[in-house]
Write a protein that binds this ligand. Structure first.
Ligand SMILES: CC(C)(COP(=O)(O)OP(=O)(O)OC[C@H]1O[C@@H](n2cnc3c(N)ncnc32)[C@H](O)[C@@H]1OP(=O)(O)O)[C@@H](O)C(=O)NCCC(=O)NCCS
Length: 208
């Protein structure tokens, strides 16, 4: 039997529930999920397999990594380098026809991506976030719900922009940084920095 066009999610989390529902809106019904927790048997009535072998995964199968933690999502993407990744874009999202969205990226409801913005691989553009023109969002970034990036903002690999944060135009945010919930970013943010408040200030450095 051909397995062509099966879609699996990797990670049976709350985040996965949202992605399942996005795929359903596209009539791409998930075939199941993979999660190494043996206590999790199903999610939203979809079967959860504990190993790739159990699900008889082949190179024809397609995946979305449904793990919110940016570092773990990257580790899984590197481990699963032999499968195909697809993006999941909610139909209410508005993506510039001149914008690009990388493989494995998830775009939730009411997201806007404006002219010429480039979104990397395995990025999460969470509910209602707004990415204005000419932004560059690197791989494994998470832009949380209601965060707003003005024009020409750059966000480095693995960084999380917290819920409701605002980033002014022309700002560069480094890699593996964390911008706290509700922060207002008016200056560039160094790699690994944790920034909170209005105006945003560095409170510590992420130690990974
Ligand atoms: C910034 C953040 C990562 C810090 O978490 P943490 O490392 O556990 O830090 P703590 O909770 O110990 O807080 C450290 C200090 O920063 C302050 N602080 C933490 N988050 C803050 C925020 N968002 N805005 C303002 N101050 C904040 C705390 O009050 C504390 O101050 P104090 O030292 O004067 O008591 C976290 O609070 C945050 O905002 N995460 C984003 C969550 C999010 O957006 N989730 C969306 C998921 S979809």
């Amino acid at each position: 039997m051909s397995h062509t066009n099966r879609i699996f999610l990797y990670g049976a989390s709350g985040h996965a529930k949202v992605i399942c529902e996005i795929l359903e809106t596209q009539h791409h019904i998930p075939h199941g999920l993979i999660d190494d927790n043996p206590l999790v048997r199903s999610l939203l009535d979809y079967p959860v397999y504990n190993t790739l072998e159990q699900a008889a995964i082949t190179a024809d199968d397609r995946f979305v990594i449904s793990i919110g933690n940016n570092r773990i999502r990257k580790a899984v993407a590197e481990k699963l380098n032999w499968v195909q990744f697809v993006s999941a874009v909610h139909p209410s999202a508005i993506i510039s026809p001149r914008g690009t969205i990388g493989e494995g990226t998830v775009v939730m409801s009411n997201v806007s991506v404006n002219a010429l913005s480039k979104i990397g691989r395995h990025v999460i553009l969470n509910t209602n976030c707004s990415i204005d023109h000419d932004c560059v969002i690197d791989d494994f970034v998470h832009i949380s719900p209601n965060a707003a990036l003005a024009g020409n903002v750059k966000v480095g690999e693995g960084t999380q922009i917290g819920i409701g944060a605002c980033v002014m135009q022309n700002i560069t945010i480094g890699k593996w940084a964390t911008v706290g919930a509700g922060a207002v970013i008016i200056r560039d943010v160094p790699d690994y920095a944790v920034v909170v408040g209005n105006p945003g200030r560095v409170i510590k450095i992420n130690q990974f």
